[in-house]
Design a protein around this ligand. Structure first.
Ligand code: DX5
Ligand code: ZN
Length: 217
């Protein structure tokens, strides 16, 4: 059984409340929020004030994926806005242990994110400190991109390390996940599935129910 975390990047921003409510009432477990700064990735999206506004819409955990440089500067603001899970890119956080510790000090779930080209061994030493690891299965920056199938072997590698080190962090995957490939990533060891366009384009209720039917819960 895995959790479903719809990414609101593909929602209708003029109707965020409506779309989030529809996804949650159909069974979404977590809401995934993509924060981009136009520097770490070539796009601009959501800041703390939007998170604060949508916090009133639902009680499900907010999973804030920071695709920004110098993430330490904004962690407190996202915590105050209502983030429950916060993840930072290992490529953007130079002092990763300090950043993860900062998130944990706020009593929030701390995650680290790997771009498709960043190897799993790069994060081995931080694994005992994190609550989750997010494997990017597209290059971050935009919704609706094509899944990179080689990332499945990264999930398997991470899953094997988790077993060997007897750790219990969750494995999340993000990018290009559709009804057609979700089973494959779950079988590789994924616990949390992010899906943006596959949830918010078309019938949200039907899309969420289809995912939930396949991943359980
Ligand atoms: C990409 C974002 C993803 C994205 C997923 O930079 O981190 O969360 O919105 O969208 P889909 O599921 O459409 O690939
Ligand atoms: Zn994301």
């Amino acid at each position: 059984m895995a959790l479903l975390a719809p990414s609101i990047l593909s929602a209708d921003f003029a109707n965020l409340q409506r779309d989030i409510k529809e996804a949650v009432s159909a069974g979404a477990d977590i809401i995934h929020i993509d924060v981009m700064d136009g520097r770490f990735v070539p796009n601009l999206t959501i800041g703390p004030c939007v998170v604060e506004s949508i916090r009133k819409v639902t009680d499900v955990p907010f999973d804030v994926h920071l695709m920004i440089v110098e993430p330490d500067r904004y962690i407190k603001d996202f915590v105050s806005a209502g983030a429950d899970w916060i993840s930072v890119h290992v490529e953007a956080a130079v002092h990763l242990h300090r950043t993860v510790s900062m998130i944990k000090e706020f009593d929030k779930k701390a995650g680290v994110v790997l771009n498709p080209a960043t190897p799993v061994f790069f994060i081995e030493d931080i694994l005992p400190f994190v609550d989750f690891v997010l494997i990017m299965s597209v290059n971050p920056g935009f919704g609706g991109q094509k899944f990179i199938p080689q990332t499945i072997s990264k999930v398997k590698k991470l899953n094997a390390i988790r077993e060997k080190m007897k750790l219990d962090f969750l494995i999340e995957i993000d990018g290009g996940i559709k009804i057609e490939n979700v089973k494959q990533v779950i079988d590789a060891g994924v616990d949390v599935v992010v899906a943006g366009s596959a949830v918010f384009k078309g019938d949200i209720k039907e899309n969420v129910e289809n995912f939930k039917g396949l991943i359980g819960g």
